[in-house]
Design a binder for this molecule. Structure first.
Ligand SMILES: NC(=O)c1ccc[n+]([C@@H]2O[C@H](COP(=O)([O-])OP(=O)(O)OC[C@H]3O[C@@H](n4cnc5c(N)ncnc54)[C@H](O)[C@@H]3O)[C@@H](O)[C@H]2O)c1
Length: 140
Protein backbone atom coordinates (compact mmCIF):
# COMPACT_ATOMS: atom_id res chain seq x y z
CA UNK A 1 0.00 0.00 0.00
CA UNK A 2 1.24 3.48 -0.90
CA UNK A 3 0.66 5.22 2.42
CA UNK A 4 1.84 8.61 1.18
CA UNK A 5 -0.80 8.53 -1.52
CA UNK A 6 -3.46 7.26 0.90
CA UNK A 7 -2.70 10.00 3.42
CA UNK A 8 -3.07 12.66 0.74
CA UNK A 9 -6.56 11.43 -0.14
CA UNK A 10 -7.97 10.86 3.34
CA UNK A 11 -7.98 13.24 6.26
CA UNK A 12 -9.35 11.95 9.56
CA UNK A 13 -8.00 14.79 11.68
CA UNK A 14 -10.09 15.15 14.84
CA UNK A 15 -11.77 11.75 14.32
CA UNK A 16 -11.45 9.05 16.97
CA UNK A 17 -11.28 5.44 15.77
CA UNK A 18 -11.38 2.59 18.29
CA UNK A 19 -9.79 -0.72 17.22
CA UNK A 20 -10.41 -3.69 19.54
CA UNK A 21 -7.71 -6.28 18.78
CA UNK A 22 -5.61 -3.47 17.33
CA UNK A 23 -2.33 -5.01 18.49
CA UNK A 24 -2.87 -7.97 16.14
CA UNK A 25 -1.79 -8.38 12.53
CA UNK A 26 -4.76 -6.79 10.76
CA UNK A 27 -5.63 -4.27 13.49
CA UNK A 28 -2.12 -2.87 13.78
CA UNK A 29 -1.85 -2.28 10.01
CA UNK A 30 -5.21 -0.49 10.00
CA UNK A 31 -4.13 1.56 13.04
CA UNK A 32 -0.95 2.58 11.27
CA UNK A 33 -2.77 3.63 8.08
CA UNK A 34 -5.30 5.64 10.10
CA UNK A 35 -2.59 7.43 12.11
CA UNK A 36 -0.93 8.30 8.78
CA UNK A 37 -4.30 9.80 7.76
CA UNK A 38 -4.23 11.94 10.96
CA UNK A 39 -6.85 10.02 12.99
CA UNK A 40 -6.75 9.61 16.77
CA UNK A 41 -6.58 5.84 17.10
CA UNK A 42 -7.38 3.96 20.30
CA UNK A 43 -6.21 0.37 20.35
CA UNK A 44 -7.94 -1.94 22.81
CA UNK A 45 -6.22 -5.27 23.22
CA UNK A 46 -6.08 -7.81 26.01
CA UNK A 47 -2.41 -8.47 25.25
CA UNK A 48 -0.13 -5.47 24.82
CA UNK A 49 2.99 -7.37 25.86
CA UNK A 50 4.42 -7.34 22.32
CA UNK A 51 3.16 -3.90 21.33
CA UNK A 52 6.36 -1.88 21.91
CA UNK A 53 7.37 -1.87 18.24
CA UNK A 54 3.84 -0.93 17.27
CA UNK A 55 3.78 1.94 19.82
CA UNK A 56 6.98 3.29 18.33
CA UNK A 57 5.67 3.01 14.79
CA UNK A 58 2.41 4.78 15.65
CA UNK A 59 4.17 7.55 17.56
CA UNK A 60 5.54 8.85 14.23
CA UNK A 61 2.11 10.43 13.62
CA UNK A 62 0.84 12.72 12.25
CA UNK A 63 -2.27 11.37 14.02
CA UNK A 64 -2.13 9.98 17.52
CA UNK A 65 -2.37 6.54 19.08
CA UNK A 66 -3.43 5.42 22.54
CA UNK A 67 -3.06 1.79 23.59
CA UNK A 68 -5.33 0.47 26.33
CA UNK A 69 -5.38 -2.99 27.83
CA UNK A 70 -8.96 -4.34 27.60
CA UNK A 71 -10.72 -7.67 27.17
CA UNK A 72 -13.72 -7.42 24.84
CA UNK A 73 -15.31 -10.44 26.54
CA UNK A 74 -15.46 -8.56 29.84
CA UNK A 75 -18.15 -5.89 30.22
CA UNK A 76 -16.32 -4.39 33.20
CA UNK A 77 -13.13 -4.06 31.16
CA UNK A 78 -15.01 -2.41 28.28
CA UNK A 79 -16.77 0.04 30.59
CA UNK A 80 -13.43 1.05 32.05
CA UNK A 81 -12.00 1.58 28.55
CA UNK A 82 -15.10 3.53 27.49
CA UNK A 83 -14.70 5.94 30.44
CA UNK A 84 -11.06 6.59 29.57
CA UNK A 85 -11.87 7.13 25.88
CA UNK A 86 -14.75 9.48 26.62
CA UNK A 87 -12.60 11.43 29.08
CA UNK A 88 -9.70 11.80 26.66
CA UNK A 89 -11.41 12.09 23.28
CA UNK A 90 -15.03 13.03 24.02
CA UNK A 91 -16.59 10.85 21.36
CA UNK A 92 -15.96 7.85 19.15
CA UNK A 93 -16.44 8.33 15.41
CA UNK A 94 -15.72 4.79 14.24
CA UNK A 95 -15.01 1.31 15.51
CA UNK A 96 -13.13 -1.40 13.62
CA UNK A 97 -13.36 -4.73 15.36
CA UNK A 98 -10.24 -6.85 14.88
CA UNK A 99 -10.29 -8.75 18.18
CA UNK A 100 -10.26 -12.51 18.05
CA UNK A 101 -7.57 -14.06 15.96
CA UNK A 102 -7.37 -17.49 14.47
CA UNK A 103 -8.66 -19.84 17.15
CA UNK A 104 -8.01 -23.50 16.34
CA UNK A 105 -11.22 -24.47 18.16
CA UNK A 106 -13.24 -22.26 15.81
CA UNK A 107 -11.38 -23.04 12.59
CA UNK A 108 -12.83 -25.14 9.80
CA UNK A 109 -11.01 -27.06 7.03
CA UNK A 110 -11.34 -30.06 4.71
CA UNK A 111 -11.38 -32.45 7.68
CA UNK A 112 -13.37 -30.19 9.98
CA UNK A 113 -16.70 -28.70 8.87
CA UNK A 114 -18.41 -25.73 10.51
CA UNK A 115 -20.60 -28.16 12.46
CA UNK A 116 -17.59 -30.11 13.75
CA UNK A 117 -15.77 -27.04 15.01
CA UNK A 118 -15.93 -26.83 18.76
CA UNK A 119 -19.08 -24.96 19.82
CA UNK A 120 -17.36 -23.08 22.64
CA UNK A 121 -14.60 -21.97 20.30
CA UNK A 122 -17.14 -20.74 17.77
CA UNK A 123 -19.11 -18.92 20.44
CA UNK A 124 -16.00 -17.28 21.88
CA UNK A 125 -14.86 -16.16 18.43
CA UNK A 126 -18.32 -14.78 17.62
CA UNK A 127 -18.49 -12.95 20.98
CA UNK A 128 -15.16 -11.26 20.32
CA UNK A 129 -16.65 -9.88 17.11
CA UNK A 130 -20.06 -8.93 18.49
CA UNK A 131 -19.41 -7.54 21.95
CA UNK A 132 -17.76 -4.16 21.40
CA UNK A 133 -20.32 -2.55 19.08
CA UNK A 134 -19.93 1.07 18.02
CA UNK A 135 -23.11 2.01 19.94
CA UNK A 136 -21.55 0.77 23.15
CA UNK A 137 -18.73 3.30 22.85
CA UNK A 138 -21.01 6.08 21.61
CA UNK A 139 -23.56 5.80 24.44
CA UNK A 140 -22.86 7.67 27.66
N1 LIG B 1 -5.60 -12.51 9.10
C1 LIG B 1 -6.51 -12.84 8.19
O1 LIG B 1 -6.19 -13.18 7.04
C2 LIG B 1 -7.99 -12.79 8.52
C3 LIG B 1 -8.91 -13.00 7.51
C4 LIG B 1 -10.28 -12.91 7.78
C5 LIG B 1 -10.70 -12.64 9.07
N2 LIG B 1 -9.77 -12.46 10.06
C6 LIG B 1 -10.28 -12.14 11.38
O2 LIG B 1 -9.86 -10.82 11.72
C7 LIG B 1 -9.57 -10.77 13.11
C8 LIG B 1 -8.12 -10.30 13.32
O3 LIG B 1 -7.24 -11.21 12.69
P1 LIG B 1 -5.65 -11.12 12.90
O4 LIG B 1 -5.06 -11.96 11.84
O5 LIG B 1 -5.24 -9.70 13.00
O6 LIG B 1 -5.49 -11.86 14.29
P2 LIG B 1 -4.37 -11.64 15.42
O7 LIG B 1 -4.39 -12.88 16.25
O8 LIG B 1 -3.09 -11.18 14.82
O9 LIG B 1 -4.97 -10.42 16.25
C9 LIG B 1 -6.07 -10.55 17.10
C10 LIG B 1 -5.86 -9.62 18.28
O10 LIG B 1 -7.03 -9.71 19.10
C11 LIG B 1 -6.61 -9.70 20.43
N3 LIG B 1 -7.65 -10.34 21.23
C12 LIG B 1 -8.04 -11.62 21.22
N4 LIG B 1 -9.04 -11.83 22.07
C13 LIG B 1 -9.27 -10.64 22.66
C14 LIG B 1 -10.18 -10.21 23.66
N5 LIG B 1 -11.02 -11.05 24.24
N6 LIG B 1 -10.15 -8.90 24.04
C15 LIG B 1 -9.27 -8.02 23.45
N7 LIG B 1 -8.39 -8.39 22.52
C16 LIG B 1 -8.39 -9.67 22.11
C17 LIG B 1 -5.30 -10.47 20.45
O11 LIG B 1 -4.52 -10.16 21.62
C18 LIG B 1 -4.66 -10.00 19.15
O12 LIG B 1 -3.81 -8.88 19.36
C19 LIG B 1 -9.78 -12.18 13.67
O13 LIG B 1 -11.03 -12.27 14.27
C20 LIG B 1 -9.70 -13.06 12.44
O14 LIG B 1 -10.45 -14.23 12.60
C21 LIG B 1 -8.44 -12.52 9.80
Amino acid sequence: MDLEKLAKGWDFAGQTVVIPGGAGILGSEMAWALVKCRANVVILDRDLSKADALKKRLSEGPGSARLLQADVLSKESLLKARDIIKGEFGRVNALINAAGGNMPAATTGPERTFFCADQCGRRKHACCHDRPGADFFRSA
